[in-house]
Design a protein around this ligand. Structure first.
Ligand SMILES: [Zn+2]
Length: 269
């Protein structure tokens, strides 16, 4: 991540015929998909006048896995939330007899509306989730959004029991990569499948370092910090991926890539 916290990053989407920060259109289209697919939506809180939704399939397919998809932690990374919408628009109600959906579509609406990384109060919604190795006094505080996720931790842990995907972007990169977590020493099929899905759309970042983390073959593996994904893994979930689509590439390609990452994560292909 190299973005300036205060700079606005806004692109035009031909797929959705609007700018990437058009939050009213985003919620309007999301509501239409919730109705069309007959999904349950719960407003976890309201932030800056916008709802922080948790969406799930109504009659959970009990035999199917519980996997959680999230996006929009950072406001300058819009292809995640739009990618979720694109994924939903390609589903039919009958698909939901075979998969469970658990979705946090847009965690940081005030950042999204401005195309800026942080929320309206200058907080980073993906930091401040305590890791056991961190000394409490030096740990960053959770954001407004983060506190709401922590208040709903039981719900979100149950929803991510079999995996967590959080869709991020790197606005300063032309190449894609993933942070993944698996309960083993080397990246396995989970990590490689999501990296390979990204690689269908973009070049993968060269081996070396990204934001001080070692990256090999496009994968930063078992990197523990105060992010929400790291926190969920420390809390007991066994598979997690933070995907990073490259912000220097075309927005609609990034939206398409996120929709396909979600499909791959849910095992739909
Ligand atoms: Zn991010």
């Amino acid at each position: 991540m190299c973005s300036d916290n205060l700079e606005a990053y806004i692109w035009y989407s031909n797929v959705f015929a609007c700018y990437s920060n058009d939050i009213d259109r985003y919620y309007e289209l999301l509501s239409a998909e919730i109705r069309r697919l007959n999904l349950d939506s719960k407003v976890l809180t309201t932030i800056g006048g916008y709802p922080l939704y948790f969406i799930k399939s109504k009659n959970s397919a009990t035999k199917e896995k519980q996997r959680l998809i999230s996006a929009g932690f950072h406001g300058e990374e819009p292809a995640g939330p739009w990618g979720i919408l694109h994924f939903l628009s390609c589903l039919e109600p009958t698909n939901l007899t075979h998969i469970n959906l658990n979705i946090l579509p847009l965690v940081n609406p005030t950042g999204f509306a401005k195309g800026r990384r942080l929320n309206n109060w200058g907080e980073n919604p993906n930091r401040g989730f305590p890791h056991p190795s961190m000394i409490e006094s030096t740990a960053e505080q959770a954001s407004l959004e983060g506190l709401v996720l922590l208040e709903n931790l039981d719900l979100l842990k149950a929803a991510s029991k079999d995996g967590f995907l959080t869709c991020h972007e790197d606005v300063c990169s032309a190449n894609g990569y993933v942070y993944t977590y698996e309960n083993q020493h080397e990246p396995g099929t989970f990590s490689k499948a999501l990296r390979d899905t990204l690689a269908c759309h973009f070049p993968i970042v060269a081996d070396g370092e990204v934001d001080g983390c070692r990256v090999n073959d496009g994968i930063i593996f078992n990197q523990f910090d105060s992010s929400f994904e790291s926190f969920l893994v420390s809390s007991g979930i066994t598979l997690a991926c933070c995907s990073e689509t490259p912000g220097m590439q075309n927005l609609d390609l990034r939206i398409q890539a996120n929709a396909e990452l979600i499909s791959a994560f849910l095992g739909r292909k």
